[in-house]
Design a protein around this ligand. Structure first.
Ligand SMILES: [Zn+2]
Length: 280
């Protein structure tokens, strides 16, 4: 059983404000240590559920947050600046076969524009709302879409209560672990890290066990052609995002990315968000 684990930071128990998620903040090392703790809990649960190969994709900020020596030795870690960001390696099939059997999302958060989600955003601070197939979604949705294109189901999502609500709609088959309640974008009521890690360990075990039973987990798929829309804070961000191929400026601050398939639409979306995020 091959397990791919993507770990973000904003949804980790004990992280309630965006400042400690930035490398320059004096509290960053403490936040990174909490992230390592939840990552190891997921690895331990995956092993208990039958994992034989585990790849951890460090998925926050510069994507080299996890101190390798602190991670469980059973896993490999994928770190650094990745063109494919949070889904690096997941869409690639070998001889038509998926690269992994199940994906686990740890430390995830609600979409841009969620009213109560802790540090709710989608990829960067530029979007105010992101939609797939006309429905608001966030990183969990876009990442699940690309994993689905690669034949990999999402079995576990951990983060706050707002995220769990959203995931219930998009990925109803996935295990959901709530480690904190969001009280707005910069506040949360968290479980103690030890309790959060216990829940994540159990959730990861259940997810990997269920991945071994046919029909329990599903792939996220939407109808083709695939449409991803992004609302931005300001018009100039939308101007920049709309320069990518297959993009259409559909409103004062809105860009629509089209693709004949999920991966093509996602490539336009990711490129657009990155371009929008470089303006002053
Ligand atoms: Zn994130």
């Amino acid at each position: 059983m091959r397990v791919w684990i993507s770990v973000d930071m904003e949804g980790i128990a004990g992280v309630s404000h965006h400042k400690p998620t930035s490398r320059a903040d004096p509290e960053y090392p403490a936040a990174a240590a909490l992230m390592v703790g939840e990552t190891n809990a997921a690895i331990e649960g995956a092993l208990a559920g039958g994992a034989t190969d585990i790849l951890v994709n460090d998925s926050h900020g510069g994507m080299y947050n996890l101190r390798p020596a602190d991670l469980h030795p059973a896993a490999r870690v994928l770190q650094g600046q990745k063109a494919w960001s949070m889904v690096a390696g997941a869409a690639r099939r070998t001889n038509g076969e998926p690269a992994f059997d199940v994906a686990l999302f740890v430390g995830y958060h609600a979409r841009a524009g969620h009213p109560t989600g802790t540090i709710a955003h989608t990829y960067t601070g530029a979007p105010t709302e992101t939609r797939l197939d006309g429905r608001p979604t966030g990183e969990y949705g876009f990442n699940a879409l690309i994993l689905g294109a690669g034949g990999i189901p999402v079995g576990l999502v951990t983060g706050d209560d707002a995220l769990a609500d959203e995931v219930a709609g998009w990925l109803p088959w996935a295990e959901r672990v709530v480690v904190k309640d969001g009280y707005g974008t910069s506040a949360a009521a968290s479980l103690h890290p030890d309790r959060a890690c216990g829940l994540i360990r159990d959730g990861a075990q259940r997810a990997v066990e269920r991945a071994g039973r046919a029909g329990e987990l599903r792939l996220l798929e939407v109808g083709e052609p695939v449409v991803i829309e992004v609302d931005y804070h300001v018009a100039l961000e939308a101007d920049y995002a709309a320069i990518v191929p297959n993009a259409e400026r559909v409103g004062d601050r809105t860009v629509r990315h089209h693709g004949p398939d999920a991966v093509t639409a996602y490539r336009g979306f990711l490129a657009g968000v990155r371009l929008a995020s470089i303006i002053d």
